[in-house]
Design a protein around this ligand. Structure first.
Ligand code: AP5
Length: 215
């Protein structure tokens, strides 16, 4: 059986990163995340594109979308090497969705639905490990020792775009640009909407079931 090609959609903080890691482990597929790839290249010079900021970091810290030219390139390269995948954070606008549709088929498109106030609580309370990338929450998913990563012992930090002001802007950008992407896939056989407000384990049961039904 070929490995599943999964697209995970949801607002900032919906749990895409949390569930994508589990999908990647369970189904043995690549986790393709434009957010992580951009954070690893935050200082890259993109001045020749003629946009307001000349590095990805300028867009990200303001909560705005990085230009399509940059993210499309990341995704094309990653898809070319993947035997099954879970896409997390892409596509974020209709142009990216059409670009993706021309390059691959999708077995499962899963939307994680979470209310706005829950999203703000999750993001402003999120802590990440700068060494291994493990994600925690000050209330919902605490490490054994406060402020220290369980996996590698590094001090946890807060993402620069997880302040309340930037979170609100990210949610505005999501409503304007990414909700049309959800409408684009809703109604196809691959599409499933899942309540993302349960515990991570409860959400995972539904996510795994939706993929198994479609792959
Ligand atoms: P990106 O890194 O993709 O961020 P995002 O989409 O805003 O999503 P997050 O990573 O913030 O949230 P998540 O849904 O993964 O939630 P998580 O699992 O961590 O993008 C960042 C920036 O990069 C963008 O703003 C943009 O500038 C740029 N960018 C990226 N892709 C782009 C693209 N395609 N085009 C243009 N620009 C692009 O969970 C959040 C928290 O909640 C954690 O603390 C977690 O522990 C907790 N949590 C998770 N699940 C649960 C649960 N079920 N119950 C309770 N707590 C939970």
């Amino acid at each position: 059986m070929s490995k599943p090609r999964v697209l995970l959609l949801g607002a900032p903080g919906a749990g895409k990163g949390t569930q994508s890691s589990r999908i990647s482990d369970e189904f043995g597929v690549d986790h393709i995340t434009t957010g992580d790839a951009l954070r690893a290249n935050k200082g890259m010079d993109i001045s020749e594109l003629g946009f307001e900021f000349d590095t990805p970091g300028g867009f990200m810290d303001a909560g705005e979308l990085v230009p399509d030219e940059v993210v499309n390139e990341i995704v094309v390269t990653a898809l070319g090497n993947a035997d099954g995948f879970v896409l997390d954070g892409y596509p974020r606008n209709i142009e990216q969705a059409e670009f993706l549709d021309e390059r691959t088929e999708l077995d499962a498109v899963i939307r994680l639905a979470v209310s706005e106030e829950e999203l703000v609580d999750r993001l402003t309370g999120r802590r990440v490990c700068p060494e291994c990338g493990e994600t925690y929450h000050v209330e919902f998913d605490q490490p054994e020792e406060s402020g220290v990563c369980d996996e590698c012992g590094a001090d946890l930090t807060q993402r620069e775009d997880d302040t309340e002001e930037t979170v609100r802007e990210r949610l505005r950008v999501f409503a304007e640009n990414t909700e049309p992407v959800i409408d684009h896939y809703a109604g196809t056989d691959a599409y499933a909407e899942i309540d993302g407000e349960g515990t991570p384990d409860e959400v995972w049961e539904d996510v795994r079931g939706a993929i198994e039904q479609r792959a």
